[in-house]
Design a protein around this ligand. Structure first.
Ligand code: SF4
Length: 541
């Protein structure tokens, strides 16, 4: 039971008066775009806030115990014991120098009486329970030897080691591909049903909410703005922000039109608000919205909203002009509307469009690309075989076009992307950029070509230098690759605004941003040198 939780970081208030309850066995999802305070709320519950942040008010009660009043030793028993937590980034939350088995056993030793062989046996059972094939062998592997999906399962296994009654999952599937995402969500749902474990699921993904939630809390700029049972939320989202989140979904009914976006960005956490925090982005704003804080209003059936228009909630929907969201609820539960028709949407673009016009030179021409990694064994590390990560890939991409390379994790997409940019040297094959063969060029010869080809990586946590301010991160490439382009500061300011951030954020460091904002920075950095070819490796994961 969270009441009026407020978290301050100096003058900023990333979480401001958030209240919700989660019943045993219930799944409560916190929904909102990046930078709304969802993760900070979760860290506050666990008292794992960054050093500069502090809980400024409110209470967090877990099974009747006031967590904010517990001594640190008591809190240590709760963490991993009563409440487990899994984070968005399994790569950075596992210890890279300990085997997977050791990390699970560590959690078991902290939260159970199991020791030695018995703990190892239980660790193997947990790996099997989270669907990791060949669990005995995996126990002795290190995190880097596992794919993203397997690492996230290991995180879940560690969280389950303490048999928590509440699991906080912060964007647990965002870094995973869709098939693995489905498996991880099924696993969490199964654990909730069979073990009565409550779930606080933080996500920005309406698909995940549709599939998992019992109740939904929508967060905006540090506050909850809507709290509703899932069916009510999907049948009739009440807050204009929720309505716009639905409007931003691709939908068969809106084919051919531009995808709706919510203009502007979430106000900074240190902004002061007299009225509604959504006012700058809300198409329905009235005079009262600027000066009066909207109170909570109950609409019906447990749906509450914080908006001056709430009494006329149906009118909100009509006014925004959006059709009811056609979003697939889990089978047998509600919506009679058709699910998104991806295949139809794909056809809409016209298959014929993808053919390469005769006589035109492709911007990128890849022929028979191979990347093999040697498998080494023995004292002398002799190569005894090879992993064929990419094996004979050919493709062509015309200027101004988009080519999608689709496949599950581990099938070689990232390696192919890196090999095209020569970040990994291919074993064989040819890569031509605007007619220039790249595979035969030395690193020095490739350098001037780097401005023409940029990459946005999946993981914005690992791909930004934590010691540089973001203005410098964006300018770094410009200065290195286009030294005569003049002053980089105005250009990086313009780029920040173009990706939906504010120019004055240039002086901040990457850790001051949420995951989504960091990815925007990574995109700004890639665009800074005006590349002709942009390779995006799961940029929205
Ligand atoms: Fe929009 Fe006003 Fe409602 Fe805020 S209170 S969401 S500005 S209508």
């Amino acid at each position: 039971s969270v009441k009026d939780l407020s978290i301050h970081i100096r003058s900023a208030r990333p979480v401001d008066g958030v209240s919700f309850d989660i019943a045993a066995g219930e799944c409560f999802t916190l929904l909102g775009e990046s930078g709304c305070g969802k993760s900070m709320t979760a860290l506050g519950l666990m008292r794992l806030l960054p050093a500069a942040a502090e809980v400024a008010g409110g209470s967090v009660r877990f099974e009747g115990t006031d967590l904010l009043a517990l001594p640190e030793s008591g809190m240590r028993d709760i963490r991993g014991g009563g409440i487990g937590m899994i984070f968005q980034e399994p790569a950075t939350s596992l210890n890279p120098v300990l085997t997977v088995g050791r990390q699970i056993v560590e959690a078991l030793e902290l939260h159970s009486t199991l020791r030695g062989a018995a703990a190892r046996e239980r660790a193997e059972e947990l790996l099997a329970q989270v669907g990791i094939p060949d669990p005995r062998r995996r126990l002795d592997e290190f995190p880097f030897q596992l794919s993203g999906g397997l690492r996230q399962r290991v995180m879940i296994a560690i969280a389950l080691a303490g048999a928590p009654r509440l699991l906080i999952a912060d964007e647990p599937t965002t870094a995973l591909d869709v098939t693995i995402q489905a498996q991880v969500l099924d696993l969490l749902d199964d654990l909730r049903r069979t073990q009565g474990m409550a779930l606080l699921l933080i996500t920005h993904d309406l698909g995940v909410v549709a599939r998992m939630a019992d109740r939904v809390g929508v967060m905006y700029a540090g506050q909850l703005v809507e709290d509703a049972p899932r069916e009510a939320f999907f049948a009739r989202p009440a807050h204009p922000y929720s309505v716009r989140l639905f409007a931003a979904l691709p939908d068969a009914a809106r084919r051919g039109g531009r995808l709706a976006t919510i203009p502007g960005s979430v106000p900074p956490a240190d902004a002061r608000h007299a009225g509604c925090r959504f006012v700058e982005r809300c198409g329905e704003a009235m005079a009262a919205c600027r000066n009066e804080l909207p109170p909570w209003r109950e609409i019906a059936g447990g749906q509450r909203v914080r908006c001056h228009l709430a009494d006329a909630a149906p009118a909100v929907e009509a006014k925004v002009g959006q059709p009811s969201p056609s979003f697939p609820l889990p089978e047998g539960e509600g919506s009679s509307l058709p699910p998104l028709s991806l295949r139809e949407r794909g056809r809409e673009r016209g298959i014929g469009d993808t053919a390469i016009p005769a006589g035109e030179t492709p911007l990128l021409a890849v022929a028979d690309l191979q990347v093999h990694f040697p498998i080494r064994r023995g004292l002398l590390q002799r190569a005894v075989g090879a992993v064929r990560a990419v094996d004979g890939l050919s493709l062509q991409l015309m200027p101004g076009r988009t080519l999608a390379l689709v496949g599950e994790s581990g099938c070689g997409k990232t390696t192919a992307g890196k090999a095209m940019l020569q970040l990994i040297r291919p074993t064989a094959g040819s890569v031509r950029l605007a007619g220039v063969e790249l595979t035969t060029r030395s690193a020095g010869e490739l350098r001037p070509l780097r401005a023409q080809m940029q990459m946005v990586f999946q993981d914005p946590f690992a791909s930004l230098n934590p010691r540089l301010r973001i203005g410098d991160i964006i300018a770094e490439g410009m200065l290195a690759l286009k030294p005569d382009a003049g002053d980089a500061a105005p250009a990086s300011a313009a780029l920040l605004e173009r990706v939906g951030l504010r120019a004055d954020m240039a002086a901040r460091y990457p850790h001051e941003f949420s995951g989504g904002q960091r990815q925007r920075i990574a995109i700004a950095r890639a665009l800074a040198v005006s590349p002709q070819l942009l390779i995006c490796d799961e940029p929205t994961s």
